[in-house]
Design a protein around this ligand. Sequence first.
Ligand code: B3K
Ligand code: ZN
Length: 865
Amino acid sequence: ANTIYLKDYQKPDYLISKTELTIEIFDECTRVSSRLHINKNHEGESKDLILNGENLSFISLKCVGEESIAYDLSDKTLSVTPKRDDFILEIVNEVDPKNNKALEGLYQSGDIYCTQNEPEGFRKICYYLDRSDVMSVFTTRIEADKVMFPRLLSNGNLVDSGAMPEERHYAVWEDPFPKPCYLFALVAGDLAKVEDKFITKSGRSIPLQIFVDHGNEDRCDHALESLKKSMKWDEDRFGLEYDLDLYMIVAVDAFNMGAMENKGLNIFNSTCALANPETATDANFFRIESIIAHEYFHNWTGNRVTCRDWFQLTLKEGLTVFRDQEFSADLNSRAVCRIEDVRALRDSQFVEDAGPNAHPIKPSSYMEINNFYTPTVYEKGAEVIRMIHTMIGEDNFQLGMKKYFDLFDGQAVATEDFVHSMEVASGRDFKQFKRWYSQSGTPIIKVDSDFDQEADTYTLTFTQKLKNVSHKAYHLPVKLGLLSSAGEELELIMQGKSYGEETVVELHTESQSFVFEGIKEKPVASLFRGFSAPIILDMETTREELAFLLSYDSDSFNRYEAGQRLAKLEIESLSQALKSNKVPQVDHLVLDAFSKLLRSANADEAFKALAFSVPSLVSITEQQKEFSPGVAQEAREILAHALAEANEDYLSEHYNRYSTSDAYVFNAVNMGLRSFKNMCLAYLLKLDKSEYVSLAQDQYDTSANLTDRFAALLALLQTQTKARDEALEHFYDTWEDDAIVINKWFAAQASSPKSANVQLIQSLEKVSAFDIQNPNKVRCLYGAFAANLTQFHKEDGSGYSLIANKIIELNSFNPQIAAGLSKAFKKFGALKGEQKDLMKQALETILEVDNLSPDVYEIVSKTLK
Ligand code: B3K
Ligand code: ZN
């Protein structure tokens, strides 16, 4: 596989102002006829026009007005020698959607034809300049059988439709906004339509339509509500109004990722769109709301202003994730959202940044761009935008957004252009800040404190520890406060100036000190409030101080954080005891701090459900000197058991204290109550008492919503009981034929740290509801197993060879999904001895495969390096 470099970027030699497509769907094949209006975009001598095209059957090429035209066809290109600077090409080719199992380009999901073109799928539909800086106005005519494909959809507005001979029909769509071809979409199939509308701030009434398989009409309301909320929010907070006359969403079962923001015609993985209380959990409802929003927000940040090239991906993804996070925070609990976002960042992005496939949010090279739709580009990208927001404030940030659209609407631009807009609007200089775009790795910020009793000063010294000697210091914001021993926020005075009780200081150099004046007693520092920068904080904080912050910090994120740090210290001590064969004893200080939190009056249930949780296994193993998930998991269980035992009465009393009314309502308060109640249940089931097993069994049997029912199943899964087996069997029988719900059954079992061994996975892949060609099922079975650290990393290497074999199988038909699974080997560098040899063998068997895709090759070869 060859490597592509950002530094080699050159602007396109030709542009395509207008693209007219005719797509004829027949049983055996699909014929694509394109009419491309092309003009020269370079100085001097005319160059050949080199169009991309992959897996296409070429039929014909004509240049309008010319007798003939010279061309050359290769495996991946069609080169044309034009005679003029402006010309129209007419090209005909055929594609085979039925056998397209890579799910890129035009393919079939069930009986529906649909497309996925980002980043480079359009070249699998027709010959084109498949690059995001070529923006064109598209007109699309679709023809197909009337009975099999009653719906014919594409981007923009429907301008014509009608009947044709032989039971066929056609539809013509026009999208007035120039767009790169990665935003092109087409859908044909027999789909039910659920409709609503939204009145924009300027008074235009926009029909909102969701297309789903027949039978799923009752799972569309939530997506429609979410869409309306998104449209309203983008008007209210960003002043952005929808631009087309129609907004369509199609849900399909076979999709490589979550959803796609095609102009006016989003295509969604059905798991990310369809929900009702019986078939989706709170987490699903929340995720759907945020993904619907994310794709909608792309209409401005991504579609109106797009990326110059794929190295700029974070330009649209980081920004759009930031926007969807803010949307969720404005609509739900900001504190809970922030905690969950940071949790997800650390468990995925921090791990990626510390592993073999680490890359900056703006990579400088790639072999396969599909491998770079990563937590780094997305979530760390959003943190980088958030830091700008933190430093310049909401008002300036909004001015910066206005500037961005003033300068770049309708263009394909680079990340510097975004930062430039923010600089102009705020009057700030972000030259140094841009290092966040080009350096990889999570910076460690070491903090030393010094209280000077005579001078009444408290000094904080921040030292940046960078990943690499060639890296330079970052510019970043530290939001902070200081607490007195009474738990009160102290006034922050630096150089005689008061900054109130909370402020943001900025770091620029490798080492920097801040002196706070008028401090009479040694305070407790609360640093990086709200996780104001994506860093690892290295500061000596005593258990007493952490317990104190867990009770008193006014910043809810740091309150949560203090608890997690305390729990991690305890898990570390327990692990040490286990390793040296001592009886592990849970520290009373820790139990008391958490028990106090559970009973605290100044925290709501949603917060408690998060803060009273044991840190994730991933976050613990990331900090281990020697990677040992087995010991860490055992220590986690010991701590969880002790927390349950110490609070048994409270947990069982409060389990049903805040029962939400029978009717399921999706809102932050009810979600918080449900998660609190289910947290109580999960802890109680650790106590090995039959009364709690019955409680869970009851909840499983009687819950009308899937949130509570599935939580009961998960709680039972921790036990070795008949009730557990019965619930599992019942769940399968109930949802076997439901493409979405049944996936939870696979994932729940594959994630179980105790029982999900290789034999179990091999028996689950044999059940009729499993299908390796469906990416959702792959993720829920093999993906969940590979993320199950204790089982995947079994000493005998059985987990490694199972996953390696699946990667090899997937590579032959869906490289993207195969590459995604290949990232499971990211701990290679942390392994030692025989364990490392076993993983090495597994990785080498993958590299030996004939026809290994560049996708898998890139991940695996970089892992072995
Ligand atoms: N832009 C798409 C992702 C495309 C992934 C291609 N492998 C979804 C999103 O970020 O909204
Ligand atoms: Zn996106």
